[in-house]
Design a protein around this ligand. Structure first.
Ligand code: PEP
Length: 227
């Protein structure tokens, strides 16, 4: 099971130091870019929370897939719902980021998922077809199914709902790209619900936000999944 922590912009330097001093489990952590060298120095598997759709150039504030790879980063989250919403990222841009990340040899974690009231199948189909346009090599691609109504809300879908959605994603990928893909679940995963969520059949792992910033809780989650 792949466990990925999206630390977002939750942690200041002291919190990062505390995590590094106390946590050495085999997970992928995606901290704020500023802190990445600390994590790399301590031999963590590290991911960036976003990558640029460009290579090197005049793009203030951006990090390219090439730079990430050069520094020893091996994972990139792309298309997170917060970036889709607050940074107004379009599927066209996300598609370019996915392609750049894969070209540079990063493991790309593409986040998809519907909001409350939206037609789940319609949203997911549109995201998959647009975000993966012209993608041919799926070896390093990971899909994170993250229903927006579950992110940071303390609500999770039922295991049956997650299973059905993952099957739907797998079918769409098979139909349109003739490939297999690994799917993670993300949205309010914590130490209390992990024992239930880990029973979802067709899951390859979890993308964990808030709970991953608390190393004690993350240790509990890892222990439960290694059981
Ligand atoms: C996320 O935003 O990717 C996420 C999974 O957040 P949380 O676990 O805090 O709901």
């Amino acid at each position: 099971m792949l466990i990925v922590g999206n630390l977002k912009m939750y942690m200041n330097y002291n919190a990062v130091k505390e995590l590094i001093d106390n946590f050495d489990e085999d997970v992928v952590l995606c901290p704020s870019a500023l802190f990445i060298p600390y994590f790399l120095n301590h031999k963590y598997k590290v991911g960036v929370q976003d990558i640029s759709m460009y290579d090197l150039g005049s793009h203030t504030g951006e990090i390219s897939a090439k730079q990430a790879k050069e520094m020893g980063v091996n994972y990139a989250i792309v298309g997170h719902s917060e970036r889709r919403k607050y940074n107004k990222e379009t599927d066209e841009e996300i598609n370019k980021k996915v392609i750049k990340g894969l070209e540079e040899g990063l493991n790309v974690i593409l986040c998809i998922g519907e909001n409350k009231g939206e037609d789940k199948e319609e949203v997911i189909t549109k995201q998959l077809l647009n975000d993966l346009k012209n993608v041919t090599n799926f070896d390093n691609l990971i899909i994170a199914y993250e229903p927006i109504w579950c992110i940071g809300t303390g609500i999770t879908p039922t295991n049956e709902q997650i299973e059905t959605t993952i099957s739907f994603i797998e079918t769409k990928i098979q139909e349109n790209f003739k490939k297999h893909v690994k799917v993670l679940y993300g949205g309010s995963v914590d130490k209390d619900n992990i024992n239930v969520l880990k029973k979802v059949n067709n899951l390859s792992g979890f993308l964990i936000g808030k709970a991953s910033t608390d190393y004690r809780q993350l240790k509990d989650i890892v222990a439960s999944l290694r059981d």
